[in-house]
Design a protein around this ligand. Structure first.
Ligand code: HEM
Length: 455
């Protein structure tokens, strides 16, 4: 058995550097140790970082029984998501559940969510005053949370809908934003006012309301409803069994967890890129003016917004929201990337380094949306913000659609400017977010005769 080379410092130092400032560490490792290297992370052993398309292909197409993702996910997210979810399952159980969940996430189905996303975006942006400075990450988080409450949970403006919505928003903000999630050893409930006890209390309150909603919805007619909860209330496995209340609860909370801050961080970076690069912003707006003009943004516009599509893909390449995306724990000794890796090792998709490879991307350190023009589906081993193989993100189409609609509505309708000359990368829990949000000044509604979705 052999592990790829890596730093010789104690695991605690490697972990602190990885958790606080991953980018300099990853760049240093690539320079010193090459395309495949090992980091020792406290509490979770040896992590082998893959940065080459050939190695990622081996990982994403390898045997699922050997490459366990659910096990790794469960140790981090299980306390909030529960264990009956696609995220924390492995093997046959995982495949069977994934098969049940996929239809509501199909690209075509997603079109239903265009209007919801546009309306939520316009309402939020409509509350901005001229001259106000907004923290973009907080704004996009509010928007993506509201989109999930409507499109996934199907919540309406009734008193019960609002109460559950408030509880889920609090779970998303306080529970999921907690650094304790990264350290399972600290997840000890010492009463309602202890850090983890507070989160347990929020989970309990939210569960009570969510289970009540699930029970209520089982008795209601489903025809004509297109939210994901309504669709999942109808699905049946091969034996004709429906999802139980607990399974439904765990899947819905997983979607809140997996789909909210991820998309919000991608959006915050997209605004930073568009506002930092006047040429790019001009191209985005020229396309929006031609394709959308003064009409309200609708699903028929999206396929024609080619530059916007390329811009979103380039944002996720250039500023991935996480240094890694998709990890697998080996259940037995395995040959991968030219090494005989021992059972128990975790291999991971190091997308930050992959996306900056000069042999894969020309001028990899330059932000150039044009590289994705006409590329409907990028190579799955070269562009991996959503992981890959049978575990690839279920919400990919949802997230891309949401990002495009929010960007089109805001950039088409408002004049905005960055208030800082440069925006650094900041570690926020799992994420690599734009420092300070970034802070953006709302100049006012866009000064032109036609606008996207407003006026
Ligand atoms: C920009 C936004 C997003 C990014 C970058 C992202 C990224 C990822 C990544 C890297 C994985 C792990 C894939 C792997 O192990 O190979 C994943 C899994 C997952 N994501 Fe996303 N995600 C995003 C949005 C969403 C949304 C909107 C939803 C749902 C509403 C969602 C639901 C899930 C689920 C359920 C899984 C687990 C899939 C499985 O294990 O089979 N994600 N995502």
């Amino acid at each position: 058995m052999s592990l790829p080379p890596g730093p010789q410092s104690a695991a605690i130092f490697q972990t602190i550097r990885y958790v606080t400032k991953p980018i300099p560490l990853l760049e240093e490792c690539r320079a010193k140790h090459g395309d495949i290297f090992t980091l020792k992370l406290v509490g979770s052993g040896d992590w082998v970082f893959l940065t080459k398309p050939e190695h990622l292909k081996e990982m994403f197409t390898g045997e699922p029984e050997v490459l366990h993702a659910g096990e790794a996910n469960k140790s981090v997210f299980g306390a909030i998501t529960g264990s009956s979810t696609v995220l924390t399952m492995d093997d046959k159980e995982h495949l069977a559940r994934r098969r049940l969940l996929l239809p509501p996430f199909h690209g075509e189905r997603m079109q239903e969510y265009v209007d919801i996303t546009r309306d939520i975006t316009l309402a939020r942006a409509g509350s901005w005053g001229a001259g106000q400075v907004v923290t973009m990450q907080a704004e996009t988080q509010r928007m993506t949370c509201d989109v999930i409450l409507r499109a996934v949970f199907g919540l309406d403006d009734s008193a019960d809908g609002k109460r559950l919505g408030d509880l889920l928003t609090r779970l998303a903000e306080i529970g999921l934003g907690s650094p304790i999630l990264l350290v399972p050893a600290l997840q000890i409930d010492l009463g309602r006012f202890s850090p983890w006890g507070k989160i347990v209390h929020i989970i309990e309150q939210t569960d009570e309301a969510l289970y009540a909603e699930i029970r209520r919805r089982r008795t209601e007619p489903i025809e004509g409803k297109s939210d994901i909860m309504s669709l999942l209330l109808q699905v049946k496995d091969e034996e004709g069994n429906q999802l139980s209340d607990k399974e439904l609860r765990d899947e819905l909370v997983t979607m809140l967890l997996a789909g909210h801050e991820t998309t919000a961080t991608g959006l915050a970076w997209a605004f930073e890129r568009a506002l930092a690069l006047p040429d790019v912003l001009a191209k985005l707006r020229a396309e929006l003016d031609t394709v959308v003009g003064s009409e309200p943004l609708s699903r028929s516009h999206l396929p024609k917004l080619e530059y916007l599509d390329a811009f979103v893909k380039e944002t996720l390449r250039f500023r991935p929201i996480m240094p890694i995306g998709g990890s697998r724990k080996l259940t037995r000794d395995t040959k991968l990337g030219g090494y005989d890796l021992p059972a128990g090792t975790t291999v991971t998709n190091c997308l930050y380094l992959l996306h900056r490879r000069p042999d894969v991307y020309d001028d990899a350190d330059e932000f150039r949306p044009e590289r994705f023009i006409g590329v409907k589906t990028p190579n799955p081993y070269e562009w991996t913000p959503f992981g890959g193989g049978i575990r690839r993100c279920i919400g990919l189409a949802f997230a891309l659609l949401e990002m495009k609609v929010v960007l089109a509505a805001v950039l088409g309708g408002w004049d905005l400017e960055l208030t800082v000359p440069e925006v650094a990368v900041e570690r926020r829990g799992f994420f690599m977010a734009p420092e300070g949000g970034p802070p953006i000044r709302v100049v006012g509604p866009r000064r032109r005769t036609s606008s996207t979705g407003v006026g």
